[in-house]
Design a protein around this ligand. Structure first.
Ligand code: UD1
Length: 416
């Protein structure tokens, strides 16, 4: 297993260019399956999840070329068997369900894998597709969905604003007969990106970014060129890397309004933030105030920044409180943080952090993507050398993490 080797307590400084969003790029790649022709995506992050998704698309019959940050996807005829070994490694591939069902009238997907951060059922996705006329069965960990005479529009109310289910139903509805309304839809910026992408292909969708999305089904969809939106979670991770090392720096190619919940928390801790249309400057305070954070669906505080903000809390003067409301079991990394000396207490979905602590280097193991990034931030703040085992988790979602950090003055390398 690969590891990051970090010598901590070097202040990060400088400018970091933020890549395209993992959680948008993966979905746009899937949405292309609804169309026909050659797509050119720009600002695609070079991360392993994107390579895995390219493999899924190719197994389904699409052709994918990926050079630098440009991806060409050619979609002609497709078939509906998704490759089990690939789907199991990445949850986002469950998103092929909606588009393939809409396009082919049937789909088989192996039950998905992805980050080990709690129970992640699919009931909202499946109930929505059933309301649109799909029949669904599960056979030995393989989901089979059929709609031989096509999907039809429906008025669907989600019991929770699931990001994945919103995207899945939007995509299925784009080619269904009649109008679909999704109520209590997720409002994440990535949903707006998919809406814009699908509409550029010829779909008729409105309302993304609000809780009600309306989709008028069309007969077929074409292709388009598109620039993937910036990754707000990558941006937030670097912003917190500056902060926990007492540094200062600039994030470029970002949309600060997408992570204003984080900017507000950092300001409340005493950090100085200057945000313009596509840049954020951050400077660390000498003394951090403690924080109170509750994660939640957008525009709430993103669960994907929860481990990183807890690391920041270890450097705050006083008692910080965090509640995780999106995923259960997203606290596996806390025992690793304690190895560095952090004083953290967890009870169910609540965590209390007592700071500031002088963290000291240790050997750590990452269990998932965001936890891995957070442990690297903690190692950057800690005195002495740390090893963070499990760099492959981080590579799933951060392009050239160690190179970008090194360019900001971090002493970090990756060993295989
Ligand atoms: C997506 C993101 C993930 C991010 C999350 C929340 C991708 C690949 N992943 O995940 O990085 O952390 O949004 O912003 O884009 N749920 C159900 N039933 C369902 C679907 C979801 O109970 O059918 C629950 C989940 O268990 C979880 C919550 O809803 O507790 C949120 O899940 P959801 O918004 O669907 O997240 P993902 O799309 O999996």
């Amino acid at each position: 297993m690969g590891a990051f080797v970090v010598e901590g307590q070097h202040r990060l400084q400088g400018t970091v260019r933020i890549n395209g969003a993992k959680n948008s790029a993966l979905k746009l790649m899937v949405a292309a399956l609804l169309g026909q022709g050659v797509f050119n995506l720009e600002n695609v992050p070079r991360i392993t999840d994107v390579h895995t998704m390219a493999g899924v698309l190719e197994c389904l019959g699409a052709r994918v070329k990926f050079k630098d940050h440009a991806m060409e996807i050619e979609v002609a005829s497709l078939h509906g068997h998704t490759p089990e070994h690939l789907v199991k490694s990445m949850r986002a591939s469950v998103q092929v369900m909606g588009p393939l069902l809409a396009r082919l009238g049937w789909v088989e997907v192996a039950l998905p894998g992805g980050c080990a951060i709690g129970t992640r059922p699919l009931d909202i996705h499946l109930a929505g597709l059933q309301q649109m006329g799909a029949s669904i069965s599960v056979n030995e960990e393989v989901l089979v969905a059929r709609a031989p005479s096509g999907l039809h529009g429906a008025d669907i109310t989600f019991r929770y604003p699931s990001v994945g289910a919103t995207e899945n139903i939007m995509m299925a509805a784009a080619l269904a007969r009649g109008e679909t309304v999704i109520r209590n839809a997720a409002q994440e910026p990535e949903i707006v990106d998919i809406q814009d992408f699908l509409n550029a292909m010829g779909a008729q969708i409105e309302g993304a970014g609000t809780s009600v999305i309306r989709v008028k089904g069309v007969k077929d969809l074409g292709c388009t060129d598109y620039v993937v939106m910036p990754d707000r979670i990558e941006a937030g991770t670097y912003l917190l890397a500056f902060l926990v090392t007492g540094g200062q720096g600039t994030l470029t190619h970002v949309q600060p309004q997408h992570f204003s919940s984080l900017l507000n928390v950092v300001r409340s801790m005493g950090g100085e933030i200057e945000a313009s249309s596509d840049k954020v400057l951050v400077s660390s305070p000498k003394r951090f105030r403690p924080l109170r954070v509750v994660t939640g669906p957008y525009p709430g505080f993103p669960t994907d920044l929860q481990p990183q903000i807890v690391v920041a809390a270890t450097q705050a003067h006083g008692r910080s409180e965090l509640r995780e409301t999106v995923f259960d079991r997203r606290f596996g990394y806390l025992s690793e943080l304690s190895k560095l000396g952090a004083v953290v207490k967890q009870r169910h979905q609540d965590v209390v952090v007592y700071g500031p602590t002088k963290l000291r280097g240790a050997h750590l193991e990452a269990g998932d993507l965001r936890a891995g990034a957070a442990l690297v931030l903690a190692a950057l703040a800690a005195e002495g050398e740390s090893r963070v085992l499990g760099s492959h988790h981080v590579d799933r979602g951060y392009e050239a993490f160690e190179d970008k950090l090194r360019a900001l003055g971090a002493h970090i390398s990756k060993v295989e």
